[in-house]
Design a protein around this ligand. Structure first.
Ligand SMILES: [Zn+2]
Length: 332
């Protein structure tokens, strides 16, 4: 997020930013703040805008950092002396206790200067030891420090962590507001509605899809792979297509397709996601699967997603997924 370009800031987050800034200036800083809301709603964008505003030495008032001063620059470069951001080593990995030990050390070095701030995202990625190590600091952060946690699945955090934080919930904005925000970015071949459906109704991902060629290429590969799955008489072309995809992007869409299949079996109509693949593909596929197999495949797909973190040759993994899928589809 560019602090100077406020127009790019998602409007549904603005209402949360002002109260956060006022909280600090009122002197009632909570030791811990837990920001929750669905994936892709902008929890990280909100917290980083807030942190940059805190780092900014020029923004006397207003919601945003100036984007030009040393404070803003060092924050965005990740070198601000009072702000530490903690993420897993790689997406999907755990935040381990060593990372939390560096948080504790960072806060212990605070001496008389401005209160330090630490942002942990996604907080539910902390394993049990890491979360336990954080508890004491959450109770009494040294030097008036503030810990900010963002979590799409706060239930995965220990209750002891949740109960020590002030909660800030960021809900998904209304559909009409989302569309209005996305319409200026529409592409010839991709509408705001299609982008939202393709990104499982996650606003920031839909925005990236409309704006970013890499996201568009990933979506094209995923769509081709799922279309091939819906059409193909044999697993082998499907395996080929799956190999061309990033499974971290493909698997949530595969899950979503199974939800569409269930929806079709119950309601007798295709939903917005299924319509991305042509109107006549999902019906026969869903009917061929049936309710029970669709539900079992959905369970499988959750397992495949968990297994993504285990090291495995990508060819083997794709083959394994598609063949397990095929066993359930069971072409007679
Ligand atoms: Zn600034």
């Amino acid at each position: 997020m560019n602090g100077g370009r406020q127009a790019a800031f998602p409007p549904w987050l603005e209402g949360h930013l002002g109260p956060l800034i006022r909280l600090i200036s009122s002197g009632h800083t909570p030791p811990g703040l837990l920001v929750t809301g669905p994936k892709g709603v902008g929890k990280g964008v909100l917290v980083r805008a807030f942190l940059q505003r805190m780092a900014c030495t020029e923004a006397a008032e207003g919601l945003f950092g100036c984007g030009r001063c040393n404070g803003c620059r060092s924050f965005r470069g990740g070198t601000h002396p009072e702000i530490l951001q903690v993420t897993p080593e790689a997406p999907g990995k755990e935040i381990v206790v060593d990372s939390i030990r560096s948080v504790i050390e960072f806060l212990s070095l605070s001496h008389g200067g401005p209160a330090r701030m630490v942002f942990i995202e996604p907080a539910e990625a902390m394993n049990v030891n890491a979360a336990n190590a954080l508890l004491k600091t959450l109770e009494e952060p040294p030097g008036g420090a503030m810990l900010l946690l963002a979590a799409a699945q706060p239930a995965r955090l220990p209750a002891t962590v949740r109960s020590r934080c002030r909660l800030l919930r960021v809900p998904v904005p209304e559909r009409a507001a989302l569309r209005n925000w996305l319409i200026p970015f529409e592409q010839d071949e991709l509408s705001a509605d299609e982008a939202l459906a393709a990104c499982l109704d996650r606003p920031l991902e839909a925005r990236a899809l409309l704006d970013d060629e890499a996201a568009q290429a990933a979506w094209r590969s995923d769509r081709t792979a799922l279309e091939t799955l819906l059409r193909s008489e044999s697993p082998f072309p499907v395996i080929q297509r799956f190999l061309e995809c990033d499974l971290a992007s493909l698997l949530p869409r595969l899950q979503r397709l199974l939800v569409s299949a269930q929806h079709y079996l119950v309601q007798g109509e295709t939903d917005a996601f299924a319509r991305l693949f042509g109107t006549d593909l999902l019906g026969p596929f869903a009917a061929g699967l049936g309710m029970r197999e669709t539900a079992l495949l959905y369970q499988d797909s959750l397992q495949w997603q968990r297994e993504l973190q285990a090291p495995l040759n990508p060819n083997l993994r794709c083959e394994d997924i598609v063949l397990r899928f095929w066993r359930r589809v069971g072409p007679s």
